[in-house]
Design a protein around this ligand. Structure first.
Ligand SMILES: Nc1ncnc2c1ncn2[C@@H]1O[C@H](COP(=O)(O)OP(=O)(O)OP(=O)(O)O)[C@@H](O)[C@H]1O
Ligand SMILES: [Mg+2]
Length: 383
């Protein structure tokens, strides 16, 4: 029996990366153009489960294929330190020497430098991230002059402020020096916006980051999802009619995490042979339940009890919610409601709705999940 090709796991590369061609074309072009290309400095934003992590992975894979050095990181504390060691390792692997600075003079000690010059203490002389990247780029330049270094940073909105400042300053300098450096960062949209705007007290630094390209990952068109189902199932030895493939696609709502979940569970129900409409119906039910466990439950667990109560009250509406209704339901004033609304927007749980002043859930099936678990969620909040 063939293996199930679908990958319903956070960060797992899917069999087909649906609907992301144009984003990848921009990157391919940037890799070709090299230093100074706008898409080498990019924020990739989108709701949870929309495919930010797998996008960084795919971008990294393409860059490596073109001969670039790629370092993948997550924005947890000590990011700069980890990046520095990673760049150093790559530099050493390339056999590039370290230039050590001379006390006071601030110039490099080349290979022919005088032996009687005093060096800084070993600690201070250890090159930082900016110097390491500079040396690595010099070495790459000697190799072929066509490639460079790509750094991907996932969950960028969780970065400590001081590390963001440092990363910004270093990147800005290196780009000014025309270094072939790419910085691809992914995070939740509103949290990323806030992260950049919080920098207002350091206008130069934050302007630089604000000018980075923004790529917003959205849900993907259903016809592309259907085509991907046909392709994946056929390649894995199953068959499916175009009508059933479209049914499968409709069950996902174009939401990438659901593409993998619906695919995975629909596959499991039949196991071999043709995929039928009955398989899709059963697969979709299983997928919805799993989405709750995999996406909604952990997202809710990250929130405060009041946040969860707020969302649970929102789930009474079958469309966008009005602030005034929330005031009544929660027995609080308008300030209180807007504070929580803004917190939840930044957390990527809700978003402003098309109708002015209203807001709605940012994740598919979240309303249904909250309704199913309302009693439990409110009890948790009261404890
Ligand atoms: N374009 C796509 N086509 C098909 N499946 C996709 C696509 N993008 C992501 N997926 C699948 O969706 C799931 C979630 O992807 P990923 O973990 O990259 O999302 P994310 O945006 O990083 O989520 P989070 O915000 O929770 O970190 C994975 O199972 C992945 O295989
Ligand atoms: Mg992710």
């Amino acid at each position: 029996m063939a293996r199930n090709p679908f990958k319903p796991t956070a960060g797992a590369t899917p069999p087909v990366l649906v609907g992301r061609d144009s984003v990848l074309e921009d990157l391919d072009e940037a890799l070709e153009d090299g230093a100074g290309s706008p898409y080498l400095l990019q924020f990739i934003t989108g709701a949870r489960g929309v495919g930010k992590t797998v996008m960084l992975t795919e971008m990294g894979r393409r860059a490596r294929q073109q001969g670039w050095i790629v370092i993948d990181e997550t924005a947890t504390p000590k990011l700069i330190q980890r990046l520095t060691s990673a760049v150093r390792r790559h530099r050493e692997e390339l056999g590039a020497p370290s230039r050590r600075r001379i006390t006071g003079a601030g110039i490099s000690l080349g290979p022919l430098g005088g032996a009687n010059l005093a060096l800084e203490s070993p600690d201070k002389a250890t090159p930082g991230l900016r110097e390491e990247i500079g040396m690595l780029c010099d070495a790459l330049d000697l190799h072929d002059g066509q490639t460079g270094l790509i750094i991907t940073v996932d969950e960028i909105h969780t970065i400590p402020q001081s590390e963001l400042d440092e990363l910004t300053a270093i990147t800005q300098h290196l780009i000014r020096e025309d270094r072939p450096l790419g910085l691809l960062m992914a995070g939740i949209p509103q949290a990323v916006e806030r992260m950049i705007s919080d920098n207002a007290q350091r206008p130069k630094v934050s302007t630089f980051m604000r000018r980075a390209e923004r790529t917003s990952l959205e849900e993907v068109p259903l016809h592309s999802v259907a085509a991907a189902f046909e392709q994946t199932l056929t390649e894995a030895g199953r068959s499916v009619s175009p009508e059933v493939a479209l049914e499968c696609a409709q069950a996902t709502g174009g939401y990438p995490f659901m593409i993998q979940l619906v695919g995975y569970h629909t596959w499991r129900i039949g196991k071999t042979g043709e995929v039928t409409s009955a398989h899709v119906t059963a697969g979709r039910e299983k997928a919805r339940k799993r989405l709750g466990d995999l996406v909604h439950a952990p997202a809710l667990a990250d929130l405060s009890p009041v946040d969860r109560t707020f969302l649970t009250h929102m789930s009474q509406d079958s469309g966008p919610t009005r602030a005034i209704d929330m005031q009544i339901r929660m027995g609080e004033g308008s300030n209180y409601i807007s504070v929580y609304r803004d917190r939840l927007i930044r957390a990527g749980m809700i978003q402003p709705a098309a109708t002015y002043g209203r807001f709605e859930f940012a994740l598919p099936e979240l309303r249904e999940y909250l309704r199913d678990h309302a009693a439990q969620l409110i009890a948790q909040s009261e404890n």
